[in-house]
Design a protein around this ligand. Structure first.
Ligand code: PMP
Ligand code: GLN
Length: 413
């Protein structure tokens, strides 16, 4: 029996090893190098608040999402949707997620057993990794990687392997990827569009990932929270590629699409057996959460094409304001194809350590940003040591002001 079949069978029989046993057996929350005690987002946001800096670090919008959704949440509270939601999510939201996947990607999902609602994408990632991996398994991510991946792979006891995203466009190096995947690779964890690098993987790149997953019998977990935030390039969900759906768990979240990051409503979809495995673990993480917000997100997912089209055009204009400002400040700008993050190289200003700079930047010029090396293991951190990530999901006037402040950076270093 192949490993995937084995996992599927385990999911069916409900005999996956209990996650708490695995965590107890060697949880290492801090990852290989143990650098972080609070997340970088928490650290930089705290610093920005203390110094009164414009916070372009942690990625959250400074304007709330659609009024109709806020109203739907208020209505849900007023009408008594205030007790536990079912573990897999309220039926209206699972139906709306299935309809969204059909409408945008032509994917057919049964809301009963192919979708589970989670406490943000963060819980979806944790539940999927804890369900499917453990000591002796490898989980491959691209590097840089979103910080929770390293933490949860550590918690699961699996080994975290990486394959680099390469400047200047930060797409995968397919030869390096092929060399990094082996029969030990249990999961290929994809993040597309990519945080922090802003790349949107091509059809060819994704096809190669699927081929490698087949060849080595790996499961693909794909974090597509920025699915609607792309600029002139098309987002291709991994699950739409031939032969992918049967071994792919797709994760998304209402936080990015609808600008309600604090609601923490996410979801996972995929084949019933893999989704059952995620659900098994998820019961012991949060069981369920955000009943009235689930109702509001269901309303949001059904919004018209004008709403969805508007997300990226509004963001693209913001991207361009900040990109101009960063260039004027003397930084090398890597223009993102997706997400709301833009990366710069600070080396042209003579900076060699972006992490040290990020800790000084709020005092220096009154702007906060995230250093890219914190999304890397030591070797990748060396490659990205002078890179900084800025979030541009802010009002245009805020971005203009940040740009004006950053123009002073060269003189203040
Ligand atoms: N994955 C990626 C790539 C993210 O950038 C984020 C948050 N910005 C998450 C997951 C977490 O999403 P949520 O807030 O829905 O938990
Ligand atoms: N995902 C957000 C970012 O990349 C931060 C979310 C968090 O603070 N955990 O900035």
């Amino acid at each position: 029996m192949s490993r995937t079949d084995r996992t599927l069978a385990q999911g069916r029989q409900g005999t996956l090893q209990a996650p708490w046993q695995r965590a107890a057996a060697g949880a290492n929350l801090l990852g290989a190098d143990g650098r972080l005690d609070v997340t970088i987002f928490e650290e930089i946001t705290t610093l920005a608040v203390r110094t009164g800096a414009i916070n372009l670090g942690q990625g959250f919008p400074d304007e709330d999402g659609p009024d109709v959704m806020a109203e739907a949440a208020r209505d849900a509270i007023a009408s008594g949707a205030n007790q536990y939601a079912p573990g897999k999510g309220i039926p209206a939201l699972r139906d709306a997620i299935a309809a969204h996947q059909q409408r945008f990607y032509g994917l057919d999902l049964d809301p009963e057993d192919q979708i589970v609602v989670t406490t943000g994408a963060t819980e979806a990632i944790a539940a999927a990794l804890l369900a499917l991996t453990g000591p002796g398994d490898e989980v491959l991510t691209f590097e840089p990687f979103y910080d929770s991946y390293g933490a949860v792979i550590g918690l699961s006891g699996a080994t975290h392997t990486t394959s680099p995203l390469v400047a200047p466009d930060f797409h995968p190096d397919l030869d390096a990827l092929e060399a990094a995947v082996s029969d030990r690779t249990r999961v290929i964890l994809v993040n597309n569009p990519h945080n922090p690098m802003g790349s949107v993987f091509t059809h060819t790149e994704l096809t190669r990932i699927v081929e490698l997953a087949h060849r080595h019998d790996a499961v693909i977990i794909t974090d597509e929270v920025y699915e609607h935030l792309t600029f002139g390039v098309q987002h291709v969900p991994v699950a739409t590629l031939p032969g992918a759906a049967e071994r792919t768990l797709t994760i998304s979240s209402a936080g990015k699409t609808f600008s309600f990051t604090g609601w923490k409503v996410g979801w996972v979809s995929g084949p019933p057996e893999l989704v059952a495995a995620v659900r098994t673990v998820k019961q012991f993480l949060s069981y369920s959460s955000g009943t009235p917000f689930q109702a509001a997100v269901a309303a949001g997912l059904a919004m018209d094409d004008a709403f969805y089209g508007g997300i990226s055009s509004t963001l693209q204009a913001k991207r361009d304001i900040l990109a101009d400002g960063l260039r004027t400040a003397g930084l090398e700008v890597f223009l993102p194809e997706g997400t709301y993050f833009i990366n710069v190289d600070t080396a042209p200003l003579g900076v060699t350590d972006a992490t040290a700079l990020a800790r000084r930047l709020p005092e220096l010029v009154g702007v906060a940003a995230i250093p890219v090396p914190v999304f890397c293991h030591p070797e990748g951190a060396e490659r990205t040591k002078s890179l900084l990530r800025f979030a541009f999901c802010k009002r245009p006037e805020v971005l203009e002001e940040a740009a004006a402040r950053l123009a002073q950076l060269k003189d203040r270093l």
